[in-house]
Design a protein around this ligand. Structure first.
Ligand SMILES: Cc1cc2nc3c(=O)[nH]c(=O)nc-3n(C[C@H](O)[C@H](O)[C@H](O)COP(=O)(O)O)c2cc1C
Ligand code: SF4
Ligand code: SF4
Length: 300
């Protein structure tokens, strides 16, 4: 057993457009290190869609444990990580963990979706955690008048959220040391609210859900052509011509808007913001207090 402990190797694959997931992934890595597990972290930031589709898995494999750390976008796995999970080479007895951040609205189907993809590839999910974090789409914008309850997600992840990361990692490593570690079942990870489950199954969600969050557009009149938006884009889809120009699919992370010193990048889709807001209120009202309960949760 001792020998096995010393030789354990873990790889953390990370997607964190706005930095919340990076914080929890770093906490996970520190915990792995404290437990004597050799780990490496591969950050998908700045890889364009082609690079994601042709990801070289030898960057993270072989490993005794793969940990996938990513945010929930529109109730699902953020798309760059969905590509990585979908193309993951099959394994005969792989072990995996998930570290998922979400903005206090709902983690939706993201955990269950990841478990299904991993299971298809022969990986057993030994543990998962959803961690509440500041909301990286328009809802963190103070000037936006329709914020439902920013305190639900503001100032997270905090110390208690980070403790959940420690519990997850410790639990997974303990399981890895046993001969037949029990895996997390899809039922444990299914969306918390009946209404959310119903909506996720609806054809309307399937068609429009992923494209629903507000996006961004450029106001060239204000642009000073500094190029900061180009380097801030996590999926590398902004190119500098005379003005910045989008050359590929945008994941609506709003990073370009955040870094722009001239206010030249603005949110789009007022009707989406309004429907989004009222939709969120409904979700928050469901369990009589706001949000999922508990907001941060470990499945082990
Ligand atoms: C386009 C977009 C969609 C999002 N969808 C959801 C959602 O469905 N539920 C939720 O609770 N938070 C949602 N969020 C908030 C993020 O999941 C949350 O802020 C997460 O911590 C961001 O991780 P990062 O900082 O590592 O990028 C969304 C954020 C963006 C940008
Ligand atoms: S264009 Fe802006 S909002 Fe879209 S993915 Fe790039 S940084 Fe994010
Ligand atoms: S960050 Fe703003 S000002 Fe700078 S190039 Fe991009 S849009 Fe223009």
């Amino acid at each position: 057993m001792e020998a096995r402990e010393r030789s354990l190797r873990a790889s953390i694959i990370l997607c964190s457009p706005h930095g919340n997931t990076l914080k929890v992934a770093e906490a996970a890595r520190k915990r792995l290190c404290d437990l004597g597990v050799h780990s490496l972290m591969v950050n998908l930031a700045g890889r364009g869609w082609d690079a994601l589709r042709h990801f070289d898995y030898s960057e993270v494999l072989p490993a005794d444990l793969l940990i996938f750390a990513f945010p929930v976008y529109a109730w699902r796995i953020v798309k760059p990580m969905e590509i990585i999970l979908t193309n993951l080479p099959k394994s005969s007895n792989g072990s995996a963990g998930m570290l998922v951040t979400y903005g206090g609205c709902t983690s939706g189907r993201a955990l269950m979706q990841a478990e299904e993809l991993l299971s298809d590839k022969g990986y057993a999910t030994l543990g998962a955690a959803k961690i509440v974090a500041s909301h990286s789409n328009i809802l963190e914008d103070d000037s936006y008048p329709l914020i439902p309850d920013p305190d639900v997600y503001r100032n997270h992840p905090d110390g208690r959220d980070m403790e959940a990361v420690n519990i997850l990692i410790t639990g997974i490593i303990d399981k890895l040391k046993t001969t037949d570690p029990p895996r997390i079942t899809p039922a444990q990870l299914r969306p918390q609210f009946g209404l959310v489950r119903l909506m996720l199954r609806s054809p309307v969600y399937k068609r429009y859900g992923p494209s629903f969050p507000p996006g961004v557009r450029l106001d060239t009149g204000r642009c000073i052509r500094c190029g900061r938006c180009v380097t801030a884009c996590p999926v590398n889809v902004i190119e500098m011509d005379e003005y910045p120009r989008r050359i590929g699919e945008c994941i609506k992370c709003h990073n370009c808007k955040r870094v722009c010193p001239a206010g030249a990048i603005v949110s789009t889709g007022l009707w989406r913001k309004i429907v989004f807001h009222f939709g969120l209120q409904k979700i928050h009202e469901l369990p009589s207090v706001k949000g999922e309960k508990p907001m941060t949760q470990v499945f082990i």
